[in-house]
Design a protein around this ligand. Structure first.
Ligand code: FE2
Ligand code: FE2
Length: 164
């Protein structure tokens, strides 16, 4: 789905059954958020039931890091298109987020299961707060622009489109 269609769909709410607090109303972005929570919940279930295998945990981190890189890239491209005034502040939050997960991943390689669970839970909560505090304002910005009849140059989207 292209960016123009996503923006046109701004008022369409997700039916995925996800926590309404975290639904921002852009299906491509909501899908990426949803995937992050699904991955966290799956690994937390796994860590509760079995003795952790380092391979499974490391696979989880690789996948989540990839997912976040892609997601942050998608949002940051969107900021350019919509001329989001708080883009720099938001990008700094993304960088900080990525830094935290990369540092923790290295530390957790040799740590106890409980520490991994604690970190993933903390990280999951931090991502939820990020959506509410940082992501929702850019959707408000888009809604204002749409209300003003603003059109967006879809050709400025550089790489990945919001396809998920
Ligand atoms: Fe986000
Ligand atoms: Fe964000």
């Amino acid at each position: 789905m292209g960016i123009f269609k996503l923006i046109k769909n701004i008022f369409k709410r997700s039916k995925s059954g996800s926590n309404p607090q975290i639904v921002i109303g852009i299906p491509g972005i909501d899908a990426q958020h949803h995937e992050f929570f699904q991955k966290c919940d799956a690994i937390l279930d796994y860590l509760r039931k079995d003795s952790a295998s380092a391979n499974v945990v490391s696979k989880f981190f690789n996948e989540v890091i990839e997912l976040l890189k892609n997601h942050f890239f998608t949002e940051e491209n969107l900021f350019e298109i919509i001329g989001f005034p708080r883009a720099e502040e938001h990008k700094a939050e993304h960088a900080n987020f990525m830094d935290q997960i990369l540092r923790q991943e290295a530390i957790l390689n040799n740590s106890e299961n409980a520490e991994t669970v604690y970190f993933i839970n903390t990280f999951r909560e931090a991502f939820l707060s990020h959506i509410v505090v940082f992501d929702k304002p850019y959707t408000n910005h888009i809604e204002k622009l749409v209300a003003l009849g603003k059109k967006f140059k879809i050709t400025t989207l550089k790489a990945q489109t919001l396809t998920k």
